[in-house]
Design a protein around this ligand. Structure first.
Ligand SMILES: Nc1ncnc2c1ncn2[C@@H]1O[C@H](COP(=O)(O)OP(=O)(O)OP(=O)(O)O)[C@@H](O)[C@H]1O
Length: 251
């Protein structure tokens, strides 16, 4: 079985305060798929993503990356395969400079200095953050932090890219640049987003969460045309499908 396959079976997660965030989730994502996980605030998207590389442990059910179960003993292997961009970049940036943060993962892989430097330069260039390399991360703006957080993951060359709200806080130019980057990324990508126009443009599949369960799983256009489903999940179609308010034509 390809190690790029993500399998989630009957996944349940309750937080220590008793909140049942995931209440039995199952799906399989195949190599090369581009999948968005969408849903209202609190639907369980971040909780789900945090299981894909073992940052959270299931209360019940399991996650596999190919043949490898995501369990304590396999975390180093899983995290080499699955690169995770967190919702809050402050959870990802902790070194004195941007360059140190982007180098951290490749250095931990034991790569030679020249290769680490190449990866740092390339990853920062990909997110348009080369000019920030000597800055301390806490001095960056929110959008700059987000771009650097993405670079820290790209520098690891993951086979599966998992991103929690990658365009949140980005200006329109940076958003466009990131979308171009994601389009180029040929391996599996899974992300959450409230930016449904981006989802429509980048994904061939959407998983809709509602109160910790999968409410729908299918092609974006089909899902975004289902008004009943969207309103029951407190969602609205992407702006590009809402039509012109004057002539009522739709995109
Ligand atoms: N550490 C925690 N302790 C207790 N409950 C939590 C914790 N983190 C999240 N929750 C709860 O779990 C549920 C799912 O939260 P989650 O962050 O996964 O939602 P989300 O779909 O990512 O939302 P958003 O769109 O706002 O980012 C919510 O009810 C939330 O209040």
């Amino acid at each position: 079985m390809s190690h790029h396959i993500v399998e989630v079976r009957d996944l349940r997660h309750s937080y220590p305060d008793g909140t049942e965030a995931l209440r039995g989730i199952s799906f399989t994502i195949h190599h090369g798929e581009s999948v968005a996980v969408i849903g209202a605030n609190g639907a369980g998207k971040s909780t789900l993503l945090l299981h894909l590389n073992g940052y959270l442990t299931p209360t019940d059910g399991n996650v596999r990356i190919g043949d490898t179960p995501v369990i304590k003993g396999t975390l180093p292997e899983v995290r080499r395969t699955v690169g995770m961009v967190f919702q809050d970049p402050d959870d990802q940036l902790f070194m004195p400079t941007v360059a140190d943060d982007v180098a951290f993962g490749p250095l931990n892989l034991g790569l030679p200095a020249g290769e680490v430097e190449r990866r740092v330069t390339d990853s920062l260039a990909l997110v348009g953050a080369g000019h920030l390399r000597e800055k301390p991360p806490y001095r960056l703006s929110g959008g700059e932090k987000k771009r650097v957080a993405i670079a820290t993951v790209l520098s690891m060359s993951p086979d599966i890219l998992v991103m929690d709200e990658p365009t949140a806080g980005l200006d329109p130019f940076a958003r466009r640049q990131l979308m171009g980057l994601l389009r180029e990324f040929r391996h599996t990508k899974i992300f959450t987003s409230h930016d449904l126009d981006m989802v429509l443009e980048l994904c061939e599949r959407v998983i809709v969460l509602r109160e910790g369960v999968v409410a729908a799983d299918g092609p974006p256009r089909e899902i975004f045309r289902n008004a009943g489903l969207l309103s029951s999940c407190r969602l609205e179609p992407p702006l590009s499908m809402q039509g012109c308010p004057i002539c009522r034509s739709s995109g």
